[in-house]
Design a protein around this ligand. Structure first.
Ligand code: SAM
Length: 227
């Protein structure tokens, strides 16, 4: 079979799965921008991550269904900062940047928004475009995970949490080890809405071990007083 025929067949299999997927239908009925909403809803049901008053950073946010869930759970108290390569269509309660999280400009935008305030929850559902070369795709994915982890460690409150999409396979155990160094508690979650045949899981880190990178106001005042 030629490459073109193969691609057409898998394309129609994907389309069949997509149109018959109960979560795709449910998302349309519930007004969510994508079926991914149910992954965060499933995890939040168990882990109670989202509460009114929180500051939430959503990395890899487009089309915006996790933002929708976050806004609902925050009940108009708190803020959601979202970044994606693609624009997130306007959503009340969400401040978004169309930009590349690997670029310094994304970090500058977040720093300007946060000022010295810390973050309660960092979400990363980022996934690079698939090239089809498994090792390359996994490596690019874990580069994004590591950058998101670095951001989370620097900006989370002492009782903050970091939820990140990971794919089991090459790089997974290394990244899990990094998560264990960074957080006192690390759990794996496979929400019902994550397709069984996908190696996708979510790693949930809670209570960062150390995050002195962002100096809070009280520490800054102490330092100034000591100077
Ligand atoms: N959580 C989203 C939702 O509920 O709508 C779905 C996210 S989708 C699975 C993965 C997203 O990661 C894509 O929209 C993609 O553009 C984004 N992404 C990939 N690489 C990125 C990067 N370097 N910076 C920002 N976003 C990135």
């Amino acid at each position: 079979m030629g490459q073109k025929a193969k691609r057409t067949k898998s394309g129609s299999a994907w389309m069949h799965e997509h149109v018959t997927d109960p979560y795709v239908k449910k998302a349309q009925l519930d007004g969510y921008r994508s079926r991914a909403a149910y992954k965060l809803l499933d995890i939040d049901k168990r882990d109670l991550l989202l509460h009114p008053g929180m500051t939430v950073v959503d990395l890899g946010a487009a089309p915006g269904s996790w933002c929708q869930v976050a806004v609902q759970k925050l009940k108009k108290k708190g803020r959601v900062l979202a970044i994606d390569l693609l624009p997130v269509a306007e959503l009340p309660g969400v401040e978004s940047l169309a930009g590349d999280f690997t670029e310094p400009s994304a970090l500058i935008w977040l720093e300007e928004k946060l000022k010295s305030g810390r973050v309660d929850l960092v979400l990363s559902d980022m996934a690079p475009n698939i090239s089809g070369v498994m090792l390359r795709d996994q490596a690019r994915h874990y580069e994004l995970c590591e950058l998101a982890l670095e951001f989370a460690v620097a900006w989370l409150k002492p009782n903050g949490a970091f939820l990140v999409k990971a794919f089991q396979g090459v790089g997974f155990e290394d990244f899990r080890a990094q998560m264990r160094l960074a957080f006192r508690q690390v759990d794996i979650r496979k929400p019902d809405s994550s397709r069984d045949r996908s190696t996708e899981v979510y790693l949930l880190g809670r209570n960062p071990n150390r995050n002195e990178s962002v100096t809070d106001d009280a520490t800054m005042t102490n330092l100034q007083n000591q100077a």
